[in-house]
Design a binder for this molecule. Structure first.
Ligand SMILES: Cc1cc2nc3c(=O)[nH]c(=O)nc-3n(C[C@H](O)[C@H](O)[C@H](O)COP(=O)(O)OP(=O)(O)OC[C@H]3O[C@@H](n4cnc5c(N)ncnc54)[C@H](O)[C@@H]3O)c2cc1C
Length: 432
């Protein structure tokens, strides 16, 4: 078998799995990631269902392997801009943004963060904390090397050219303001798209009263609030300084508008109840849902264990009947229990699980790659039943949440299947 070059777009769990397997099969991988760190959404979680496994412990060996594997060329801060050719001989242009920090010189000591005078919302932390224009977004991020946000750096955007605070603080000569963006030309025989998902902006659904001021949290905000490497170092401190005592968890926000089930929110909402009961055993928790999606051989047990902890699951007639309001200074969930009873629940914390959406760049990337999208805006595959990872372009495959919402094991399974297809292709077999 001839050694092939393969392009993988997105370094979440799906992209990392595919990269590692392809190198084990003797191929070379270009792994293109638009952020300055790898691991995707999974590195935001403290633990993962159904076994409450430590997410960082599970993912960091994979991240380390990616960073150390000499057959993986990791291109951070990079995006695919042009693709020409056909299976076996794609020609790809990748734009790689300058990070202004040398991967070779930086030891990740963090001495450059503190003197930086710029303070920005930390998007990785869902805006729950601030970060400097030079920093890694959370402790334990890999690679543990910061990048400079060129738009906000006073030296690079020209607002205060003389500012070189980070450079002066660095004892290892790792800051290089002269670094330039690059365009790389790659030749690859196959492409795997593993660009993951984004979340629906809860501000678009007025029924939940989400304003980032009260104690209404999105699912990802809660993941970061709970995480030991998050903004409160895992201490459950609400926006008003209180501890959560009465908690309403609302499933499926935006499901009706999007027209599909996000597949994982019933399970991760149940995970949240387990988390909360672990930290605040006396907490009173109600989960509001319409359909409860607990599939798979190990998931029922996870749900049954939640029931044993006296977590109340309330089946509502319709997800749109659930709303949140602030009454006399406290939060309240309004809901219709079953078909008849209108009810309310006073809570000092509300967590809402918004729909998982196609990644923001999906449409542009699909145009660049010549791929179609399905009716929900995810990358389309030839046939969901018999060919769930082959796209309509021979030699291009899709894996993980780029194809639609799914959990980590299913994302990994698709990545492994995509690798099988690429290996077949390298042996002259067609994309079927
Ligand atoms: C709140 C929440 C909790 C969850 N909890 C669990 C759980 O406990 N257990 C479980 O099994 N599943 C859970 N999931 C599901 C899990 O997050 C996904 O299954 C998993 O993240 C999918 O991995 P992925 O690699 O497909 O995508 P992602 O994790 O989204 O990674 C995609 C990567 O691609 C990069 N990228 C995107 N666009 C581009 C581009 N144009 N160019 C280059 N790079 C790009 C991104 O920066 C990212 O690094 C949860 C989901 C949510 C929302």
């Amino acid at each position: 078998m001839k050694k092939q070059n393969v392009l993988i777009i997105g370094a979440g769990v799906a992209g990392m799995e595919a990269s590692q397997l392809l190198t084990e099969a003797g191929h070379k991988v270009y792994l293109v990631e638009k952020e300055s760190l790898i691991g995707g959404q999974t590195i935001k979680f403290e633990e993962v269902y159904p076994n409450m496994e430590c997410s960082t412990c599970m993912v960091s060996p994979k991240q380390q392997e990616i960073l150390q594997n000499e057959n993986i060329e990791l291109l951070l801060l990079s995006e695919v801009k042009e693709v020409n050719g056909t299976a076996g001989e794609f020609k790809v242009k990748v734009k790689k943004k300058a990070s202004y920090v040398s991967l070779a010189n930086c030891i990740g000591c963090g001495a450059c963060y503190e003197p930086c005078p710029v303070s920005l919302d930390n998007n990785f932390e869902e805006g729950l904390s601030k970060m400097k224009a030079i920093a890694v977004p959370c402790a334990g991020a890999l690679p543990n090397v910061p990048a400079i946000d060129a738009e906000n750096c006073l030296h690079l955007n020209g607002k205060k050219k003389e500012c070189q605070a980070c450079k002066e603080a660095c004892m290892f000569d790792a800051i290089d303001f002269s670094e330039k963006d690059e365009t790389l030309d790659l030749e690859v025989s196959a492409i795997i798209v593993a660009t993951g998902f984004d979340m629906l902006d809860l501000k678009k659904l007025s029924q939940y009263g989400y304003n980032q001021k009260d104690n209404v949290y999105t699912a990802l905000e809660f993941e970061r609030l709970y995480a030991e490497n998050g903004p409160t170092e895992g201490k459950l401190i609400l926006r008003d300084g209180e501890t959560p005592k009465t908690i309403g968890i609302i499933h499926c926000a935006g499901r009706e508008e999007q027209g599909y089930c996000s597949a994982v929110c019933c399970m991760y909402s149940t995970k949240f109840s387990h988390f909360l009961k672990h930290k605040v055993p006396e907490a009173k928790i109600k989960e509001f849902h319409s359909d409860l999606c607990i599939p798979g051989k190990s998931h029922q047990k996870f749900y049954q264990e939640a029931l044993k902890k006296e977590i109340e699951f309330i089946r509502c007639r319709n997800i749109q009947d659930i709303s949140v309001e602030k009454k006399n200074g406290s939060l309240q969930v309004n809901y219709q229990n079953g078909n008849i009873e209108k009810n309310t629940f006073k809570a000092n914390m509300i967590i809402v699980a918004p729909a998982m959406l196609p990644g923001k760049d999906t449409k542009n990337l699909a145009e660049t790659l010549g791929l179609s999208l399905d009716e929900k805006g995810f990358f389309a595959t030839k046939s969901n039943e018999l060919s769930p990872i082959a796209t309509d372009v021979e030699g291009i495959f899709v894996a993980g949440c780029a194809e639609g919402p799914k959990d980590i094991p299913d994302s990994i399974a698709q990545a492994e299947a995509a690798v099988g297809k690429v290996v077949n292709l390298s042996q002259g077999k067609i994309n079927e």
